[in-house]
Design a protein around this ligand. Structure first.
Ligand code: PRP
Ligand code: URA
Length: 210
């Protein structure tokens, strides 16, 4: 049983594209395509309960009642790998702002190290979708969620492709009011804090820098 704030999609399309991501024979172009497709499906799930307001729309035949999104929305990719998930979210939410956060994991400690953050310069969105393909130890998400909370964002939703069970347990408990929408949860982390079976290094596979 998963905690209430964790959604893992057991859907055949998700499972199909996750297998493509995992496959070491998948090249960078195919990998980016699978990231895009999965991000679209996960975004639909993560936005299921967005707030809307009514508006009247005039069709060629008559007036009718329509709806429009009522919150200011931001997409927050964690560099680098999160960049691969931005366009599919922007396709669905074209009015969203995109705020980049630069983090990398230290190879010695597996702790996240920040290197880019311009959040204070802009107005605080009502809702932020944090996107990163991998949630391993949960350290990068921990830092990001705390940063967004400090900035004043009240509704934070994380979309990740593959998470470790340990990472999910950590963030689900520490951030009970943050939702996590994930394509697959894997059992282990290895001694370099990589997810097993996982898919390897998501940033390297997206940007062909292996
Ligand atoms: C990866 C990944 C996450 C982080 C997850 O980034 O994209 O940001 O590691 O690990 P964690 O849950 O243990 O913090 P990485 O540091 O490899 O940087 P990159 O995206 O630039 O390759
Ligand atoms: N970052 C990745 O890209 N892959 C992992 O398995 C863990 C962190």
């Amino acid at each position: 049983m998963l905690p209430d704030n964790i959604r893992c999609l057991a859907h055949p399309l998700v499972q199909h594209h996750v297998a493509i991501l995992r496959d070491q024979a998948t090249d960078a172009s195919q990998f980016r395509d699978a990231v895009r497709r999965l991000s679209t499906v996960l975004c639909v799930e993560a936005t299921r309960d967005l707030s809307v307001t009514r508006r009247t729309v005039q069709t060629p035949l008559s007036d009718c009642e329509g709806q429009q999104l009522s919150q200011s929305i931001a997409i927050v990719p964690i560099l680098r790998a999160g960049l691969g998930m931005v366009d599919p979210l922007l396709d669905l939410i074209p009015q969203a702002a995109v705020w980049h956060l630069g983090l990398y994991r230290s190879e010695e400690t597996a702790q996240p190290v920040g290197y880019y953050d311009k959040l204070e310069s802009g107005s605080v969105p009502d809702l932020a979708f944090v996107v990163d393909p991998m949630l391993a130890t949960g350290g990068s998400i921990d830092l990001t969620v705390r940063r967004l909370q400090d900035w004043g964002v009240r509704d934070i939703r994380v979309i990740a492709l593959i998470a470790s069970q340990a990472g999910v347990d950590r963030v689900a408990e520490d951030f009970a009011d943050v939702s996590f929408t994930i394509a697959a949860i894997d059992p282990e982390l290895n001694d370099q804090a990589y997810i097993v079976p996982g898919l390897g290094d998501a940033g390297d596979r997206i940007f062909n820098t292996q």
